[in-house]
Write a protein that binds this ligand. Structure first.
Ligand code: CIR
Length: 252
């Protein structure tokens, strides 16, 4: 169960962040409204949420999940794969050091938190454009020292592993077609997202409630079968910056 979350307000320059979305014109006021609703949903679910101030030189810094990985035992400061984002990790370190002992991913390792999915005490670690095998290996070894197991998963589609695969309780994963049936995901029950709604694979489990991106009815219907309460949140502006629900908080 999570008791805390760390978020960061999007800065006025958030639209200068990295994105692959063509013609994206994100709106600051809309982004702030959506971010407030996201923080509000976490609070409604009982989490104590610390909202950090923007980092002027890092327009993607409100995607806090990429800068650190929180577990019950320790926090791991990442080494983000995108050079433009690397300084976000150092800025996060003093914040998370208040809550957990710290370990760090070191060069040549590269790792974004968006590539790390925990299913209980097993970590699925995506090797993507942003996270390299060395980064995955370093994280895996740190986690093994604390009794976790892990599997590296190749990420051939999407920005991060969690852009496409997320845990939705029990042995259930919500996955895009590209990841369905992968050997690395054997043993999990896979709920496959309709190809017209791939973005909606990015859902966030919080203490038995699912936060889901608004506007993806096929995925919502599939998730309804799980019987979990759901909160719909508009993520239109984060999506224009290649982000979503999991990226905007660190939960612990
Ligand atoms: C980036 O390209 O790094 C940001 N614009 C989006 C990061 C999204 N983070 C995530 O999926 N964990």
């Amino acid at each position: 169960m999570f008791t805390h979350a760390i978020c960061r307000k999007p800065g006025l320059n958030f639209s200068h962040g990295l994105t692959t979305v063509q013609g994206a014109k994100p709106d600051y006021a809309v982004m702030m409204t959506q971010h407030d609703a996201y923080v509000g949903a976490l609070r409604k679910l009982g989490l104590q949420v610390d909202v950090l101030e923007p980092l002027a030189e890092f327009p993607d810094a409100y995607f806090v999940e990429d800068a650190a990985i929180m577990t019950a035992e320790l926090a791991i400061v990442t080494r983000p794969g995108a050079k433009a984002r690397r300084g976000e990790a150092a800025a996060m370190e003093p914040v998370i050091a208040k809550h957990r002992p710290i370990a760090r991913i070191e060069a040549p390792g590269k790792l974004d938190g968006g590539d790390v999915l925990f299913v209980g005490r097993h970590a699925l670690i995506g090797v993507s454009e942003r996270s390299n095998p060395e980064g995955a290996e370093q994280l895996g070894e740190i986690l093994e020292d604390h009794g976790y197991t892990w599997t590296a998963v190749p990420v051939a589609e999407g920005l991060h592993f969690k852009s496409s695969v997320n845990w939705v309780g029990g042995k259930n994963l919500l996955v895009t077609e590209d990841f369905a049936g992968m050997d690395e995901l054997e043993g999990y029950r896979q709920i496959v997202v309709d190809p017209a709604e791939t973005y909606s694979a990015n859902v966030l489990w919080i203490n038995g409630t699912l936060l889901v991106p608004a506007g993806y009815p096929k995925t919502r219907k599939k998730l309804e079968a799980l019987g979990l309460p759901m909160i719909d949140l508009d993520t239109s502006e984060a999506r224009k910056m290649d982000g979503g629900l999991t990226c905007m908080s660190l939960r612990f």
